[in-house]
Design a binder for this molecule. Structure first.
Ligand SMILES: CC(C)(COP(=O)(O)OP(=O)(O)OC[C@H]1O[C@@H](n2cnc3c(N)ncnc32)[C@H](O)[C@@H]1OP(=O)(O)O)[C@@H](O)C(=O)NCCC(=O)NCCS
Length: 158
């Protein structure tokens, strides 16, 4: 049995560990994740409206998604974090988390969802994933993250 529940303070450490377990994120990114999730619960003013949801399966956390409205826009939202447990990837959970986020955002008069990811070879599966679930590549910001590491921007109209 699976269910989506809103983020609580008890989720933060386990979700950082779950993200670490994917082998995708650098220590600096994991530190940022901790802050992002803490801010989400404390509802930082600049990202008012942000949400994080946890996918639970048989009493364990299987993944999570975090998204927020883009300040100074009309109905534009960003997905900041999306992670599925390493042992559970490739079986529809990422899509289910994104479907949920998109439905929630639509319900708040959201118009478009943006997501940014790395252009490196390592993130090719992530880019394929976003394309598969209906996101269109909008642009590439050359070497935005680091030398040799572009930012790729995707968009989906809601
Ligand atoms: C990216 C991620 C969230 C996707 O979640 P997931 O549960 O593995 O993906 P799903 O099983 O829901 O895949 C949805 C669709 O994308 C496709 N897809 C997923 N991974 C893919 C890959 N490596 N190559 C091609 N297509 C892929 C699936 O085939 C599926 O299509 P289908 O429904 O037609 O079969 C997950 O793999 C993950 O946590 N990766 C590490 C962290 C990360 O990159 N997060 C993104 C933030 S930058």
């Amino acid at each position: 049995m699976s269910q989506l529940l809103p983020l609580t303070r008890d989720d933060i450490r386990p979700l950082v560990a779950l993200s670490d377990g994917t082998g995708f994120f650098k220590p600096l990114e994991l530190e940022a994740l901790d802050e992002v999730l803490t801010d989400c619960l404390d509802s930082a003013d600049d990202l008012a409206g942000q949400e994080a949801w946890v996918l639970w399966e048989e009493g364990r956390r299987a993944g999570f998604v975090h998204y927020a409205p883009a300040p100074m826009t009309v109905g534009t939202w960003h997905v900041y974090w999306l992670v599925v447990d390493a042992s559970l990837q490739g079986r529809g959970r990422g899509r289910a988390l994104m479907d949920w986020a998109e439905q929630r955002v639509k319900g708040k008069a959201g118009r478009a969802m943006f997501v940014e990811t790395s252009g490196t070879e390592r993130y090719l599966p992530t880019r394929r994933f976003y394309e598969k679930i209906g996101y269109e590549q909008q642009g590439v910001l050359r070497e935005f993250y680091a030398p040799g590491d572009d930012m790729v921007v995707y968009r989906k109209g809601l």
